[in-house]
Design a binder for this molecule. Structure first.
Ligand code: NAD
Length: 500
């Protein structure tokens, strides 16, 4: 198997340059130190923003389809390095190999999407009320886009933002999670290769800043950063949102989720069980779209819960690199402590908890593997309404559909949701205005594993942002409304007569 050093080299990084820094990059797989990364100072962050600003001034004049060519080349380089980058994601974030590579595939997919988009940045032509006039809408680049990202999707989130931001004519400054600096440096190295192949991309088009909250704050407070796209906890969004608004900057917030699956009396329980298990224990419950709540009809609850216990008992937990495991480690000890605190609260609030204990402690004393937990709750108590970023599935029973919907919507977060049912009325009601209040609402598939073609994001405390597919590109551009008079007169709108 390749050593971490081999992987770094294959991705264009020199392991010797990743020593002696103040940020210790550790693998959650065994707690081993992978590198000591040099952190940027706030002054360096400002210089990077200035370079990006300069780059954006040149880049905005490059025709959008040509900008798409750079993203196409980047997608090609990602295809060539999918295995190595996926492995680095596994090493740094603890994802199983299939999910590490899956994340890189998501990067490739968004590059393809963005390349097509580079020829489709359409504006409208609008009927004018005045004779001899034409109205239209044009879309222009914003300038510099700041990206702040979370540890659990260390590369995909950046690429969702960057591929679109670049074809839209912007430069990007990225502040990755301090828990995953190496994947960020690897992405930057691969991007640099793409820029070299492209030929005349301006320097500073993509900048990476390594550091903690103070570096993120430099992006948040800089007037030169037109849009701050921030992915992470609701706590972070609560700080970032108002600060950017204070300077009238734009924000795109992708924050915490508390995603539920409703299982109705007519559901296909085999399918439902598969969807729930993947959503609840995949990525060790560390996806923003992880299934955290199961709202199941009382007539099928015993059967379904029994199936879940069986699946949980046989889910292999362990080193995510070995290819046979489905559940890797939690990111760190803080995460483990938060899980234990939530399970204790669940017990105090009347829950019956199975699993949740630490495993493999002898083999990996410096890593945090857990058995995924199922907590059967008497109702949607306080702990159920919080996002705990760990594999805990709260199970609640219901008797009538309106009650299930009220429970689904009765939490502060609004990211992803799903229903398993074969009842058309239930399915359509779930998708209707009176149904799920989430940004993502699915029928007969689970809550996690979104495709890049759709807009991704959620409501309420999830922050309201939308990234990735559909028309999310508009977030990265500013709209101008243009009225052109090709007549010899100057009629005023609304028929106003002024001094005539
Ligand atoms: P986190 O909030 O601790 O950190 C996220 C990023 O924000 C990091 O880069 C961090 O350095 C930075 N940051 C924190 N406070 C900041 C501040 N005041 N100013 C500027 N930057 C600041 O989140 P995490 O633990 O890395 O990730 C897990 C969380 O992210 C979960 O809540 C999860 O649901 C959420 N998440 C959401 C999505 C989504 O698309 N909705 C995707 C992935 C993760």
């Amino acid at each position: 198997m390749d050593t971490p050093q081999d992987i770094l080299r294959a991705l264009g990084l020199n392991p010797d340059s990743l020593t002696g820094g103040t940020l210790s990059a550790r693998s959650p797989i065994d707690g081993a130190e992978l590198a000591q990364v040099h952190e940027h100072t706030v002054a360096q962050a400002h210089s990077a923003i200035t370079r990006a600003r300069q780059a954006s001034l040149a880049w905005r004049d490059v025709p959008a389809p040509r900008r798409g060519e750079l993203v196409r080349l980047f997608g090609e380089i990602l295809r060539q390095h999918k295995r190595e980058l996926g492995r680095l994601v596994s090493l740094e974030a603890g994802k199983i190999v299939a999910e590490g590579e899956g994340e890189v595939q998501e990067m490739i997919d968004i590059c393809d999407f963005a390349v097509g988009l580079s020829r489709q940045l359409y504006g409208l032509t609008i009927a004018s009320e005045r004779p001899g006039h034409r109205m239209m809408e044009t879309w222009h680049p914003l300038g510099v886009v700041g990206v702040i990202s979370a540890f659990n999707f260390p590369v995909a989130v950046w690429s969702w933002n960057t591929a679109l931001a670049l074809v839209c004519g912007n430069a990007v400054v990225w502040k990755p999670s301090e828990k995953t600096p190496l994947t960020a440096l690897a992405c930057q190295a691969l991007f640099t290769q793409a820029a070299q192949r492209f030929g005349d991309a301006p320097a500073g088009l993509s900048e990476v800043l390594i550091g903690g909250r103070d570096i993120g704050e430099a992006l948040v407070d800089s007037h030169a950063v037109a849009l701050v796209s921030a992915t992470g906890s609701t706590r972070m969004g609560r700080q970032v949102g108002p600060r950017v608004a204070q300077r009238f900057g734009r924000v795109l917030l992708e924050l915490g989720g508390n995603n539920a699956i409703i299982v109705g009396p007519t559901a296909d329980l085999d399918m439902a069980a598969r969807g729930i298990v993947f959503g609840a224990i995949g990525t060790a419950g560390q996806r923003c779209t992880s299934t955290r709540r199961l709202i199941v009809h009382e007539s099928v609850a015993d059967d379904l819960v029994q199936r879940l216990h069986k699946a949980y008992a046989s889910a292999p937990i362990g080193n995510p690199l070995d290819g046979t495991k489905l559940v890797g480690p939690l990111i760190d000890r803080t995460s483990f402590d938060a899980m234990q605190a939530a399970l204790n609260a669940a017990r105090e609030q009347g829950g019956k908890v199975t699993g949740g204990e630490r495993v493999l402690a002898d083999e990996y004393p410096n890593a945090w593997y857990v058995r995924p937990a199922i907590a059967e709750m008497p109702g949607q108590t306080d702990v159920v309404c919080h996002e705990t970023f760990a594999p805990i599935l709260y199970v609640m029973r219901y008797t009538d559909f309106a009650q299930a919907l009220a429970m689904q919507n009765g939490v502060p977060q609004g990211l992803s949701s799903a229903i398993f049912t074969n009842d058309l009325r239930e399915a359509e009601t779930f998708l209707s205005a009176a149904g799920s209040d989430c940004g993502i609402a699915n029928v007969n598939i689970g809550t996690s594993g979104a495709e890049i073609g759709g807009a991704f994001g959620g409501e309420k405390e999830t922050g309201g942002g939308r990234e990735s597919g559909s028309d999310a590109w508009r977030n990265y551009m500013r709209r101008a409304t243009n009225t052109i008079n090709y007549s010899r007169h100057l009629p005023l709108a609304q028929g106003i007569k002024f001094g005539e």
